[in-house]
Design a protein around this ligand. Structure first.
Ligand code: AHR
Length: 514
C-alpha cells in the first residue's frame, strides 16, 4: 500500500498554542487521592504530592491542567477546600456518589501545578452555585489583597495571588446527569453574568463557555448557537468534549472515529463563526477541547462507575488502555494538531488513574499506560506551526457506533484514508511528521515531499505497534507497550520515505544540520 504527503513550510494551518497539550484532574475516584496526592506514600513530598507521579507527569509534558471537574464541579463549594484542613467539611459528592474529604483543594492544586510546571485552569460551579460564587473564587485566587476574600487567601498561607488565567464557566451544563443542568437559555444567561463579574474583578482572565457535552447530544448545534448568542462578548472559547469508543468491537470503525472529531471541530467553528457573522464581528471564538480521550469499558457499566456505600476515592473509571486504544488516541492527537488554527486549548481527560495515561497503586508504584506515549510525543514534538498537507492515501469506509444520548446512533464515515497524518514545522527550524497507519495487516509505504525546509536530517524516530492489539501495560509488565526506535525511514533533500508497519503510530522528527 502506498501513500504520499506534500507539505510546504509557507502553507500553514496555524500556530500551535502550547495549551493544546493540556490535561485534567477531577475529584473523581483515585485521580486526586491516591493519584497525585497521597500523604504517607514512600515518594510523597512535604505537601503529600507523589514524586513518582510528578516525575511521570513531567515526562508526559502537559502544559495546562483543568480542575476540579468535570461533573464534580457542579456540586462543589470551593470554600470547603480552603483553610485549615482539620476544619474542612466532609461532603457527599453527587457526581460520583462518593464521600469528599476536602483535604485537597484549590490552594493545594495551585501548589501541585507549580511543582508539575503546568499552568492551572479552574472551572467554576454553575450548577448548584452561580455567578456570585464564581466571582468570589476569582477574587480569592487573583486579587492581590486588601479585601476580605483576598486577605483570606493570604491568611490561608498564600500571600501572592495565584494569577489563574484560564477559567471554565461550568461543565457539561447540557447533560441531564449534571447537578442542576440547564437549558441553553438558562445556562447562557448565568454564564454571561458570571463571565461579566469575573472579568470585572480580573480583566486579564480568559473564559470558556460550555459547548455540548458531546456531538451526539440532541441539542448539539442549537446549544452552541444560543450559548454564544448570550456570551459572545464575554468569552474567548467554547468547549467541546469527546470520548471515543469501541463498544461495537469494530476496530476499523474505532480507528476511523478521530475523523469524527475533525467533523465536530469544523461544525463548532462554523456555528461560532455564524454567531460572529450575525454581529458582523471580526472576533473569532477559539475552541477549548477540554475533555478528550478513549473511554468506554468503564463508562456505561454502573459497577465500574459507582461503588456503593459512599466510599472515599474508590477505584472507578480505571480504564486499562490497549494498543488499539493508543492508535485511536494517536489519531485524536493528529485531529487536534490539524485544527491548531481554532483549537487553542485541549485537555486530555484525565491525568492519573481515572481514564488516564498514568496509573498508580495506592501505596505502590506508578506506571505508563499505552496512551501515555502518543501524548508525550505530541507535547514534545508538536511545538510550532501545523502545516497544511495534501495527502493521497487509499481509503476504506466505516460506520461508527456511538451510544451516548437518547438513542444509539451509527455515524457513517464514507471515506477513511488509511493514512492519518500531521506535519508540524517546529520552532527549531525542523519538522515533525505524526503518522497513523490504520490498515490492520498491510504496511504503508509513505513518500513525503516537504518544501521550504532546506536540508533535513533525521533526529529522532519512534513507532508504537504490537502484534496483539489487545495488549496492555500493567504493574507486572509496565513496559509491554512502548515505542520502538524506527529505522525504516530515509531522507534526502526535501524527500522523505518511510514504511509504516500495519496498525502503527509513528513520529519522525527531522532537524536542520547545525
Ligand atoms: O471525565 C469524566 C467525566 O466525563 C467528567 O466528569 C464529565 O465532564 C464527563 O462527562
Amino acid at each position: 500500500m502506498k501513500a504520499s504527503i506534500l507539505a510546504d513550510r509557507d502553507f500553514a494551518i496555524g500556530d500551535i498554542d502550547p495549551r493544546l497539550f493540556g490535561a485534567f484532574i477531577e475529584h473523581l475516584g483515585r485521580c486526586v487521592y491516591g493519584g497525585i496526592f497521597e500523604p504517607g506514600h514512600p515518594t510523597a513530598d512535604e505537601n503529600g504530592f507523589r514524586k513518582d507521579v510528578l516525575d511521570l507527569v513531567k515526562e508526559l509534558g502537559p502544559t495546562i491542567m483543568r480542575y476540579p471537574g468535570g461533573n464534580f464541579v457542579s456540586g462543589y463549594n470551593w470554600e470547603d477546600g480552603v483553610g485549615p484542613v482539620e476544619e474542612r467539611p466532609t461532603r457527599l459528592d453527587l457526581a460520583w456518589f462518593t464521600t469528599e474529604p476536602n483535604t485537597f483543594g484549590t490552594n493545594e492544586f495551585i501548589d501541585w501545578c507549580r511543582a508539575a510546571e503546568v499552568e492551572p485552569m479552574l472551572a467554576v460551579n454553575l450548577g448548584t452555585r452561580g455567578a456570585d460564587a464564581a466571582r468570589s473564587l476569582v477574587e480569592y485566587c487573583n486579587h492581590p489583597g486588601g479585601t476580605a476574600l483576598s486577605d483570606l487567601r493570604r491568611e490561608h498561607g498564600w500571600e501572592k495571588p495565584h494569577g489563574v488565567k484560564f477559567w471554565c464557566l461550568g461543565n457539561e451544563m447540557d447533560g441531564p446527569w449534571q447537578m442542576e443542568s440547564k437549558t441553553a437559555t438558562e445556562y447562557g444567561r448565568v454564564a454571561y453574568e458570571a463571565a461579566k463579574m469575573m472579568r470585572w474583578i480580573d480583566p486579564k482572565i480568559e473564559l470558556a463557555a460550555c459547548g455540548s457535552s458531546g456531538r451526539n447530544m440532541p441539542t448539539f448545534g442549537k446549544w452552541e448557537d444560543e450559548v454564544l448568542e448570550h456570551t459572545f462578548d464575554q468569552v474567548g472559547f467554547i468547549s467541546l468534549h469527546t470520548y471515543l469508543n469501541n463498544y461495537a468491537k469494530d476496530t476499523p470503525a474505532f480507528l476511523a472515529s478521530p475523523d469524527l472529531m475533525d467533523a465536530f471541530i469544523d461544525e463548532v467553528v462554523a456555528i461560532a463563526d455564524a454567531v460572529a457573522a450575525k454581529r458582523r464581528s471580526p472576533k473569532r471564538i477559539a475552541l477549548s477541547f477540554d475533555e478528550w480521550n478513549v473511554w468506554y469499558r468503564t463508562r456505561r457499566n454502573r459497577q465500574e462507575r459507582v461503588k456503593e456505600g459512599w466510599p472515599v476515592a474508590p477505584p472507578i473509571l480505571e480504564e486499562i488502555y490497549t494498543m488499539e486504544d493508543a492508535l485511536v488516541f494517536g489519531g485524536a492527537c493528529i485531529s487536534l494538531l490539524n485544527h491548531a488554527d481554532r483549537v487553542k486549548c485541549a485537555c486530555l481527560a484525565q491525568l492519573v488513574n481515572v481514564i488516564a495515561p498514568i496509573m498508580t497503586e495506592t501505596g505502590g508504584p506508578a506506571w505508563r499506560q499505552t496512551i501515555f506515549y502518543p501524548f508525550a510525543q505530541m507535547s514534545r514534538y508538536g511545538r510550532g506551526r501545523s502545516l497544511r498537507t495534501s495527502i493521497k492515501s487509499p481509503s476504506y469506509s466505516a460506520s461508527y457506533f456511538d451510544p451516548r444520548g437518547p438513542q444509539d446512533l451509527y455515524y457513517p464515515v464514507p471515506s477513511v484514508p488509511y493514512l492519518k497524518a500531521s506535519v508540524v514545522a517546529n520552532d527549531d527550524g525542523g519538522l515533525t511528521v505524526f503518522a497513523l497507519n490504520r490498515h490492520l495487516t498491510e504496511p504503508l509505504s509513505l513518500d513525503l515531499e516537504v518544501r521550504g525546509f532546506g536540508d533535513l536530517g533525521l533526529a529522532a524516530a519512534e513507532t508504537l505497534h504490537h502484534r496483539d492489539l489487545s495488549a496492555v501495560n500493567d504493574k507486572e509488565n509496565p513496559d509491554r507497550i512502548k515505542p520502538d526506535r524506527f529505522d525504516d525511514v530515509t531522507v534526502s533533500s526535501s524527500r522523505i520515505e518511510m514504511t509504516l508497519p500495519p496498525a502503527s503510530w509513528t513520529v519522525c522528527h527531522f532537524a536542520r544540520p547545525k
